[in-house]
Design a protein around this ligand. Sequence first.
Ligand code: NFS
Ligand code: SF4
Length: 678
Amino acid sequence: MPRFRDTSLQNSKNTVARKERKKDPKNIRRTIDPAALEMIDHAKENNIITVFERWSAQQPQCAFGYQGICCRICIQGPCRIKAEEGPGSMGICGARDYVIVERNLIRTVCGGTSAHSDHARHIAHVLLHAAEGHAPDYKVADPDKLRRVAQRLGITINGKSDTELAKEVAETALADMGKQDDTPCKFLWTSITEGRRTKYSDCDIVPTSVDRAVVEGIHRTHIGVDADCTSLACGALKIALADYTGMKIATDLSDILFGTPKPVMSEANLGVIDPEKVNIIVHGHNPLLSQMVVDTAKEMEEAAKAAGAKGIQISGICCTGNEVLMRSGVPIATSFMGQELALATGAIDVMVVDVQCIMPATRNVAECFNTKLVTTMPIAKITGSHHLAFDESRAIESSKTIIELAIEAFKARKASGRPVKVPQYKNKVMAGFSFEALMDVFAGVNPENPVSVLTDAILNGEILGVCLLCGCNNLESPYDHAHTTIIKGLAENNVFMVATGCSAQAAAKHGLMNSEGVEKYAGAGLKAFLARLYEANKNKLPDKLPLVFHMGSCVDNSRAAELWTAMANELGVDVPKVPFVGTAPEAMSEKAGSIGTWVVTHGIPTHVGCMLPVEGSHLVWSVLHCIAHDVAGGNIILENDPEVAVEKLVASLDYRAWKLGVHKKAAEQYEAALCQMY
Ligand code: NFS
Ligand code: SF4
């Protein structure tokens, strides 16, 4: 009998029926975050409409779209799958349920890939311009990382200056974006295991450039092109690997330009807003803007004081907030679902945004308080907001203009006597765990072979495995409920956790990203493991280690990939054998769709806690849950109950750890090669 707990958990059934998923839809207090609850009530009392009311107003949502069986790809549509058989079982063109579901899914992955890679391209351009002297405010902040990345990419580094190398690395990144030859994308190919390279070649899913992969995906899903389940599925995997490429570029190049994160202390939740200071919120995704604003603000404290403020308080929302938290310890105001609530405090002077996950509704709330909503990117404008084109060639000057605007807005706020309401909730946070920083912590125990500290702890049963927590909020699940339930459940089961995006922000806001979280929720093994790591690093860490390790923004899921790749290489297996799982408890965006797809393609079982629009096709459901596992070694686990999700994730880890142990033992006993089956 297998040792792992309950084989019934290895099935693909979602335990929550469709009509049970959106409980109490008319109740707008749809969160467990005390700060958010206070602000939802406050907004309601003041007739400010927020996402919580809009979500409620949208219920019930269309069942065809929800199940993925609505097609609007050509303008004969929308077509819906209405029957099991006969003419109503197909679209007008004859597309079956699986074709419609998969085409929709591919377009989701294309959307996510486009967002990540455009972000990456922007950074690559700035690195190139900086190297060429056209963006003088940006420079190579981490020459060691530059050299490591260049070396990995196969660029000769000897005798070259930082500037020369930066130029070559940027050009390699841009080639990965748009080259037309048939060689694999370098940022992908040089950062995965040998086993993955073989697998991707065998499956013919190797992207040769990001742009080409996305264009091919949109083409593939045009009316009357791909209509084969396997071919469509492989198409999705190829685009998802292009997405990974873009994310890897974004992380590597951001580290080069702004520094590789190291452990840092900060705070999270709306209580970080200080009404007596000039409050600037940076919201969006790209550190090119937010890091400059943060750095420039340090120089402008005096100007703020001269205006009667106690200083400048920058706080972050969404992933740009994660970027500046990781590198500069800037506190987190809130995550995606709380963005309007931050504005509803009335204490924000400027909210400056770049791209992605910025609700158009922020403008309406900002207007209630004379808060300046400043858009900065040519592709992301919001009617009625201030648009201040961010100019990378004059980055500091652009940042100064934004901060001056905030100081003026602060003066106007104080002069108006406008009441503010800041809920007094915040928690201590330890962040800054890049892959390098994590290895540094492990090196405290074993300087020769840091990653073995983690893999040994799994092999000897001290911890069960690793989980990557990622992404988003989605009111199908009450705000932050699934994130926190899963974190606490995994902690109890001794799972080592790393987190990114809005999942990391959930952990941060709820006191799960500090050592008190360890005391309260960690199982004995995890506690002992973290204590041992801390003991070995006592004199260089700012505090005891947290329950959940913050790895950064969503593009920084590539850091987690670096971790499982290192673990696989250390264990002498490919990724599908590594006791590592992923979860997106409250997935929402197209980016979550593309990330989830590449995480599975890397060989990681990945739970998604809000239903993907795939239920309309049994075939696609089984592809995601079962066939993906047979082919890629990873699979999607669609489960709406976060407590059951914990059991399923634990079962996946348990199974992998058990199997790895059995195979290792057999290999030793018979002096044979380690079995590579998964
Ligand atoms: Ni990721 Fe980060 Fe948040 Fe989701 Fe949006 S901010 S890029 S997409 S909502 S985690
Ligand atoms: Fe309908 Fe086919 Fe057009 Fe989709 S592509 S809208 S299924 S006719």
